[in-house]
Ligand binder design. Sequence first.
Ligand SMILES: Nc1ncnc2c1ncn2[C@@H]1O[C@H](COP(=O)(O)OP(=O)(O)OP(=O)(O)O)[C@@H](O)[C@H]1O
Length: 761
Amino acid sequence: MMGGKRHNLEGGRRAGAERRGRVIFSGGGPSSPPLLNLFFTKQGRLFLDCLPPGYPSLRCVSLPPHLFCFCTSSTPPPPPPSLCSLCVWGLSNMVPPNVATIMAAGVAALTLRFVSKRKAKSDHGERVEDEELEDGESPTVGVVPVTVAWDRIECILRDKRGNVIKRLLQGVSGEAKAGKLLAIMGPSGSGKTTLLNVLAGQLAASPRLRLTGSLSINGRPFSKSKHRVAYVRQEDLFFSQLTVRETLALAAELQLPKTWKPNARERYVQELLYRLGLVSCADTIVGDAKVRGISGGEKKRLSIACELIASPSIIFADEPTTGLDAFQAERVMETLRKLAEEGHTVVCSIHQPRGSIYSKFDDLILLSSGAVVYAGPAADHALKYFADLGHKCPEHTNPAEYFADLISIDYSSSDNEIAARKKVADLVEAFASKQKKIGRDNPLTALDLLMDPDDEKFIHDTVVSNRSGFLWQFQMLLRRAWRQTTRDKSTNRVRGTMSITSALIFGSIFWRMGRSQTSIQDRMGLLQVAAINTAMSALTKTVNVFPKERAIVQREQAKGSYSLAPYLIAKLVAEAPVSAAFPLMFGAVVYPMTRLNPSLQRFLTFSGVMTVEAFAASAMGLTVGAIAPTTEAALALGPSLMTVFIVFGGYYVNSDNTPTIFRWIPKVSLIRWAFQALSINEFKGLTFDVKNSFDLQDGDQVLERLSFGGKNVQNAVNQELRIALFWYWLTYVLLKRNKAKFQVLEAPSKVTPHELAVEDV
Ligand SMILES: Nc1ncnc2c1ncn2[C@@H]1O[C@H](COP(=O)(O)OP(=O)(O)OP(=O)(O)O)[C@@H](O)[C@H]1O
């Protein structure tokens, strides 16, 4: 299915031609320009030009880092991925063949390859693009053409007792090839996403699933392949406050090798913006539900652009048009179509596309209840196939709609359902027997099998992510976190307003507390509500946003863009000034209104304690966000946990009276340590009006009653800092452990009769 006409890597060709340096071999018949040119680029890389006379269009194929090849052909086969196969191809295709010249070129090339291979070994780990790019020079990222083939994929869902409930995929086989756009279509629940996840090697692991079958890339088992796979998921997740350009630039900075100069990276990002049609919104923020940003279609194309940075050979897209209007859906599919034309292997699942979108597909897989109804070319071939089976698509009807109706189960009545199920079962049977008769539709091409195992090494070298050092990652992630925090004006405005409003409310309630005996209770009450208010607002803000951010970070981590430690530290550093601002605002209003201990030193300590407490609560929010599967779950879990800490916060239950089994809770309660520090800061040295002999004379007596006697502020703040560090550490461990786990594909096995009995549940 490799489309020669569409195999166009103009960028690479141009860049290579511009870099032509010393020619070391030239010849190949009477033609001008010569049939074959072997030359070194200015950077010392070896290039081979094959120019059969009369065929002006050049094509390029990525060869090992030290070898590049440009070639054309009248009946273009896929460009061969190794010099040996190039020579085989050249001998059989060039007209008129000048055997001696080609052989000479082949021998020269192989000799040089042997020499340069040794050099390549010493350069192990570098990418083609790793060489220093000169200013003004275009970056080139080649696409390695690949064929993905899968055979007898079975996915079985079992209940807790191990009984089979459903066959999600039933012996699915097929192929996706370079330069082709393959669409997986079928009614809702037919298994499109499941199949796509299996092909991308990203089916979420579950003890209730059993996955068998074989999956290969260019004839090698998928698990051993080093080709890069991009997966554009249904949900587009981004940092909402970054612009499109910033999002792409950061992804480029984190994923491209450091040897790319800033200019080259910028040009590459600009090129991606053009390719994906994102130039007009390049400087618009991505936005979210609160702040309007780019459109849904633009978000989807930005997702694709981010996936393209690492130059993947294979692109999977799960329902890329879902939620988009007709125009945006068309543009997204046009983008995928172009990527296929550039040599990528593109596979997408799609529900029911309109006619203009359907016409973009090269190949089609139709699924119904997890079984293949049709797999093959999308256009006339599919229509003819169904017409031969007696299902002729009426004229002027969108084939996609026709196929969807044909393979859907009609649940309007039991008779209709039985008839529809029988029709689908017949279609599945018809396709299975046809497949058995003809074997696989398109077996792997001879060239795929000819591939030199060393080329796999090259592929690894060209696509492996070149992760930068800690400091570099920290710097990049700090910039992103800072932008996200400071630009989120609506959230910051709400937090600021809430801080001042609650300070005004508490200030009014505890207005100008005097030194009477009753003011002692008021002071304790105010300090307790201040501690609760600060902790709660920091906690809810964090649990509101972190689960979403966690999903982005986990996706980026899966790509190997950066490590967890620089991410968490950058987040902490970037958010610290903003997080500190709100407790300070609260303190600045409530302190003078209520006339807490009137000294600048005490006011500064009060603000400092509140700030440290806000950090601890925020860190606890991160942990909750790392555990909870959704924002809603995090919002339920976070405040419940905090309520326990409030109860044991030192005001409601005296720590001396705490039941033994709960003694540990006040020790880990961030409310308790904040309350203790605030109380010591407030009461130490304060005197009260005394009217009766049993009245408390000074703050030290109050502290004794609270069981805080003999303690100091510093100690309480240290405990609070330890609690904050504990939550940060726990978040790190949880994020590290909660990496996505994928279902292992077991070798194909016979489905047991018992399992077959549950077909089409
Ligand atoms: N891990 C799982 N556990 C239980 N059921 C599952 C699991 N994964 C998939 N399924 C079920 O398998 C069937 C196929 O799901 P899948 O998401 O692949 O369908 P789909 O064709 O993509 O549907 P849609 O077009 O609605 O997204 C559904 O009935 C789904 O509920």
